[in-house]
Design a protein. Structure first.
Length: 322
């Protein structure tokens, strides 16, 4: 088994070379000079033996600021590796862990029985208590259930929240939950990282889902988003947000989980306040113009309408966090 951490963006040529050395038992030292040649060589080893290759933190080599799942310039060979592994015969297994699905993943799953994706679900209460057993947190069963629900069972977010609960609230869940504020500190930093990767159109949809605070169908978003966007663009943007696991959906439409809703609401309110102070209320005007009541601003609190249902997939950072 070969595990490769992509956090620091190792060049694909180097990773392919490492994998060839490893799966050949360090006997293959005469490497092809080209990326394509090295990819072919690695696939030859995938066919000869049962190899397991794990690529972790895939989002680190994805392009920020555009729709999800596109590789950064110079890293496209990773996509070639994934596509070749998904579409050709071999005896091995390539596992990819990340917060963003590759753009072509849906096509690979449809066209090939060799490719499949697993969306990790949030932890239940016993599992959350197990990973936080050393944090000295105490609470009634219903308080533990509320904590896990607010963070959608995301193990990393639960761990990030554990230290403040211990240090600022003496480990008392009742005191922490009474504050009704869950997006703060390191949790905010994690969500900042996610939000900073979004394209402008994705941010606009996140803002609008936070304003409405309930599930919206595609037609609702097309009607309310300003500036207006074609329905095809809205669909593509929602598909991108789903690949990032930043929105959820049910029969009624698309919505934000509680912790994401609180974070985006806080961010939206802060941005509109900054615009008003600067005398350039662009976002405020767009929100007000789309509201029939002439400007219902989003609430600053953590959400009066909860769209999260028990057992949904965890808030962002799911595949690979924790």
């Amino acid at each position: 088994m070969k595990w490769v951490l992509l956090q620091d963006g190792p060049p694909p040529d180097e990773v392919l070379a490492e994998c060839i050395h490893f799966f050949s038992g360090y006997r293959d030292t005469d490497l092809p000079p080209s990326t394509a040649g090295r990819l072919d060589r690695l696939l030859a080893y995938f066919r000869q033996a049962r190899c397991l290759l794990i690529l972790d933190k895939l989002e680190a080599i994805m392009q920020p600021g555009r729709s999800a799942g596109h590789f950064r310039a110079g890293y496209e060979a990773y996509g070639d590796l994934l596509g070749t592994a998904a579409e050709t015969e071999h005896r091995s297994c390539l596992v990819v862990i990340g917060r963003e699905q590759p753009h072509d993943m849906a096509r690979w799953e449809v066209q090939s029985l060799r490719a499949a994706s697993l969306h990790l679900r949030g932890m239940d209460v016993p599992a959350a208590q197990a990973i936080l057993q050393d944090a000295r947190i105490a609470g009634a069963p219903e308080e533990w259930a509320a904590l896990v629900a607010h963070y959608a069972g995301n193990p990393l977010m639960l761990q990030l929240a554990a230290a403040p609960i211990r240090d600022l609230y003496a480990g008392r869940l009742d005191a922490f939950l009474a504050e009704e504020r869950f997006a703060f500190g390191d949790v905010n930093d994690l969500l900042d990282e996610h939000f900073g990767r979004l394209a402008t159109g994705e941010q606009d949809i996140m803002h609008w889902l936070a304003v409405e605070r309930t599930a919206l169908a595609v037609t609702d978003l097309v009607e309310h988003l300003l500036p207006r966007r074609p329905v095809g663009d809205v669909r593509s943007t929602l598909a991108s947000l789903l690949r990032r696991h930043l929105t959820d959906r049910d029969a009624a439409g698309f919505f934000l989980q509680d912790i994401v809703l609180e974070y985006v609401t806080d961010r939206l309110v802060a941005r509109m306040a900054d615009e008003l102070m600067a005398g350039q209320p662009d976002l405020f005007r767009r929100v007000a113009a789309a509201q029939p009541g002439c400007g219902r601003a989003p609430a600053a609190g953590p959400g009066t309408v909860s769209r999260r249902a028990p057992g949904r997939a965890p808030a962002p950072g799911l595949a690979g966090d924790g």
